[in-house]
Design a protein around this ligand. Structure first.
Ligand code: AMP
Length: 271
């Protein structure tokens, strides 16, 4: 694995296909599965590691986001990554940087509404990373479902010459979606956390069985609140643009964001 910090050092041999995995580091199996797939499907796997300040709100965890470059280097290498691109903030946002990518529509609700500016930060940094890395294929995790839809919209709207791959959420044995922020859970909270996915599964079954969606959602929210979650949303949405929907018209998904202690946990399940 070659670690590079400067844009000029990102050079490829002619004719090779580049698979790209953008990340903020603190790797877990979810990241590593994206890297393994990128390596399988391309000649070269490039991973970027950049904790992007512009996608964090002023009261969010940018400064205490987990960082461990040495550990991440080792794990990425083991997963088959060829190049780890780890720029600093001045490299990504040099003096005079003035462009912002703002995707409307799909960003209006959920994470977009609760975290103003978040998806502008994501779209802008991913756009810049695509320009730097020039990937043929880029890999994203469906755990961040709304993010996948935002990137997809941007790539289609701007005719970016990159194929997007969205991969299944990687989970712990007990169903908890892997996330760099899970380290903030206390041992007690860690025991409660799998209830998030469990509730998604039970609710999916209830919707499939024909129970009224509103009732299913209400029950899911109460169940999570009773267990100690602060529920930001638990909703039934169209998979395509994440608009809320109150009947079963596939493809749809259940999406949830809830705080448990310090971390905010996100998860979703396709119906
Ligand atoms: P992050 O470092 O949190 O920005 O995530 C980098 C990429 O890994 C994003 O495309 C995420 O959607 C993806 N990712 C995060 N958690 C998981 C997971 N549990 N399973 C699969 N992909 C994931």
């Amino acid at each position: 694995l070659k670690t590079i910090h400067r844009i000029e050092d990102l050079v490829y041999e002619p004719g090779i296909s580049v698979g790209f995995v953008p990340t903020m580091g603190a790797f877990h199996e979810g990241h590593l599965s994206l890297m393994r797939t990128a390596k399988q499907e391309n000649d070269v796997c490039v991973v970027s590691l950049f904790v992007n300040p512009t996608q964090f709100g002023p009261k969010e965890d940018f400064s205490r986001y987990p960082r461990d470059l040495e550990r991440d280097r080792r794990l990425a290498g083991e997963a088959g990554a060829d190049i780890l691109f780890a720029p600093d903030v001045a490299t990504m946002y040099p003096d005079g940087f003035a462009t912002k990518i703002s995707v409307s529509g799909v960003t209006e609700r959920w994470e977009g509404a609760l975290r103003p500016g978040h998806f502008d930060g994501v779209a802008t940094v991913v756009n810049r990373l695509f320009g730097i890395v020039r990937p043929h294929c880029a890999y994203f995790g469906l755990k961040d479902l709304q993010q996948c839809r935002v990137i997809d919209r941007m790539v289609r709207d701007l005719n970016m010459p990159v194929a997007l791959m969205f991969l299944e959420t990687y989970r712990e044995q007990d169903g908890l979606a892997m996330s760099s922020r899970n380290v903030y859970l206390t041992p007690e909270e860690r025991k409660i956390a799998p209830l998030l996915f469990e509730t998604l599964r039970v609710s999916r079954q209830a919707v499939r069985d024909g129970y009224p969606v509103d009732q299913v959602l209400d029950q899911a929210r109460s169940r999570l609140r009773d267990a100690g979650f602060l529920v930001d949303y638990f909703e039934h949405v169209l998979l395509d643009d994440l608009r809320p929907i109150d009947h079963l018209e596939r493809p749809t998904a259940l999406i949830v964001a809830a705080k448990l202690g310090i971390p905010r946990l996100l998860d979703n399940i396709v119906i």
